[in-house]
Design a protein around this ligand. Structure first.
Ligand code: 5GP
Length: 196
């Protein structure tokens, strides 16, 4: 098990409805040493890519993306959830269905912060059905920028998102892939990944 899988096995809580709670170390209370290590690991995995921006989505990706951006020495931009239907001004817009809240959000990024010259690394905490990542990819493409890769902390391998994104041909790196989890026994099965 890698450092993250060990932590998930120790502190992750399996909830009914295919939800894994990691709020004691990742997305509510945050273990900053762990997040720092996650930042270094994404930097290692995407080394050599000409990344100019790290992009994530409000809210739980932000802390993680900050540490990744620091490793690359580039700005972090997050897509904001927008409540207004009439989006004013110069923004790229995508519609994202929330897996955890079961609602739709419009997310926006100002055109000031993403353009055709950008090479973007997309980061998020979880990958379930892939809606969040597809929304972020569409924003990068609307900007005429290049998706250099996608980095996910925890992919739930029994949901379709990973397959959808890989089939589209994007380089996707997930630090931990959960292939099964059982709310009764709390057992979590990780996919074996070849160390690159
Ligand atoms: P997707 O768009 O891939 O269906 O879901 C990804 C988003 O939903 C992530 O940004 C994450 O915030 C949330 N999410 C999906 N599955 C889980 C989960 O099992 N646990 C938690 N804490 N968040 C999740």
């Amino acid at each position: 098990m890698n450092f993250l899988e060990e932590r998930i096995a120790r502190d992750g809580i399996v909830k009914p409805g295919n939800v894994l709670k990691v709020d004691s170390f990742l997305n509510h209370q945050m273990d900053i040493s762990l997040i720092e290590e996650i930042g270094r690991e994404f930097h290692r995995r995407f080394a050599g890519k000409p990344v100019t921006k790290v992009l994530t989505i409000e809210a739980s990706g932000i802390g993680i993306a900050c540490f990744v951006a620091k490793e690359f020495g580039v700005p972090m931009v997050f897509a904001k959830k927008s409540k207004s239907i009439n989006i004013e001004g110069d923004v790229y817009l995508a519609e994202v269905e929330s897996f955890t809240h079961k609602n739709h959000n419009q997310v926006v990024v100002s055109k000031k912060f993403l353009g055709p010259e950008d090479h973007v690394l997309i980061i998020d905490d979880f990958l379930a059905n892939g809606c969040a990542l597809l929304g972020l990819i569409s924003i990068v493409e609307s900007a005429g920028a290049t998706v250099e890769g996608l980095g996910i902390v925890i992919e739930k391998g029994f949901q379709v998102g990973g397959q959808v994104i890989r089939n589209l041909g994007y380089p996707l790196e997930s630090l931990a892939i959960v292939d099964a989890m059982d709310p009764e026994t709390e057992a979590i099965t990780f996919r074996e990944q070849i160390e690159k």
